[in-house]
Ligand binder design. Structure first.
Ligand SMILES: *Cc1c(COP(=O)(O)O)cnc(C)c1O
Ligand code: SF4
Length: 319
């Protein structure tokens, strides 16, 4: 039986006992919430406890280790209107939801996402007037949470609000859905994305994934459909200990991106979020991996390696 993406989210595994039972494995009880949609849980079970999928989504006792920050990238310092974060002159983040299709154990927002919030409440007046008062903002970036947890009709309703702000030329959406719940990319959504490309100069979809083993036939099919739209496909990954902290794994990941029409965009050094100490890679190790990756790939197919400063000063290029 195949579930719709919405039923997958509704029926996600959300407690340690059910997950332990499903995986037939003693899953650690941590203070952080857990959420894994059934089809992903099945893939995790198949790939097993040493796999990149398992380590990214199954809770681990090390989440209680000391260290790290509650707001590791200093976002709160730049909140300028409800749900709007404006740190760089030309672009602003809109957070229409704090919900995600899955809870990643390494998440940099993990101390905020524990607050369950439902779909967006259309309280956009102040946000829209802020954008109108700041014509230097030409790109609106939807992130969250994951903006694609909103139904396509909610997304339409939301984006309609921004269509008559004349300076907004660029639109970007950041999402984890591609490899987590590829069934989200219904014909309806693909059609909507294609339609958006007629309304904005560039529409980008920044796809978050960390390891080649995350992809399956369904995510490849979704990518194939996405490539037929005029949407620019970008990748975003996090460097994670014991998951992808190896130049060969990353090289495979980016080869894969090239084959599938996704441009390598960002490789994030892990943010120092509380509860993610066991995923941390040191800066010196990260730099070594990146410089070896540079030997393996041409510059045009290399992501930017970046670090978000906890003081809220923004992204810094590393090399
Ligand atoms: C990362 C980020 C952006 C997007 O930056 P790009 O370099 O354009 O990808 C915008 N605003 C904030 C607050 C960010 O953290
Ligand atoms: S999808 Fe992104 S925001 Fe959501 S839990 Fe994963 S890393 Fe965090």
């Amino acid at each position: 039986m195949t579930l719709s993406w919405r039923d997958e989210i509704r029926q996600a595994i959300k407690d340690h006992q059910s997950l332990s039972h499903f995986l037939d494995y003693p899953v650690a009880r941590t203070t952080y919430p857990l959420m894994i949609p059934p089809s992903l849980a099945e893939k995790i079970r198949k790939q097993g406890p040493t796999s990149a999928l398992w380590k990214q989504f199954v809770p681990h006792a090390d989440e209680s280790l000391e260290g790290g920050f509650m707001d590791p990238i200093g976002d709160h310092l730049h909140q300028k209107a409800p749900q709007l974060i404006h740190r760089y002159k030309q672009r602003a983040l809109l957070l229409p939801t704090t919900k995600c299709p899955v809870l990643c154990r390494y998440c940099f927002r993990k101390n905020e996402l524990s607050i369950p919030d439902d779909l967006f409440k259309p309280n956009l007046k102040a946000t829209i007037s802020y954008l109108k008062d700041n014509p230097s903002i030409t790109e609106l970036i939807l992130t969250g949470g994951d903006p694609l947890v909103l139904s396509t009709s909610k997304l339409k309703e939301l984006l309609n609000e921004f269509l008559n702000i004349p300076q907004l030329k660029y639109l970007r959406l950041h999402t984890r859905f591609l490899t987590i719940l590829p069934s989200r990319f219904t014909g309806d959504l693909i059609h909507f994305l294609r339609d958006l490309t007629t309304k904005f100069k560039t529409v980008s979809l920044c796809l978050h994934f960390n390891h080649p083993d995350e992809f399956d036939g369904d995510s490849l099919k979704a990518l194939k459909d996405l490539r037929k739209t005029r949407v620019q496909l970008l990748s975003q990954s996090v460097l994670l200990k014991d998951i992808n902290n190896c130049e060969n794994t990353l090289n495979d990941l980016y080869d894969f991106c090239e084959n599938e029409g996704v441009r390598p965009y960002y490789l994030h050094h892990p943010d120092q979020a509380k509860g993610t100490q066991h995923f941390q890679v040191s800066l010196s190790e990260g730099k070594k991996i990146y410089s070896r990756l540079r030997q393996l790939r041409p510059g045009w197919s290399l992501p930017f390696y970046i670090l978000d400063d906890p003081k809220g000063t923004g992204k810094k290029l590393l090399e």
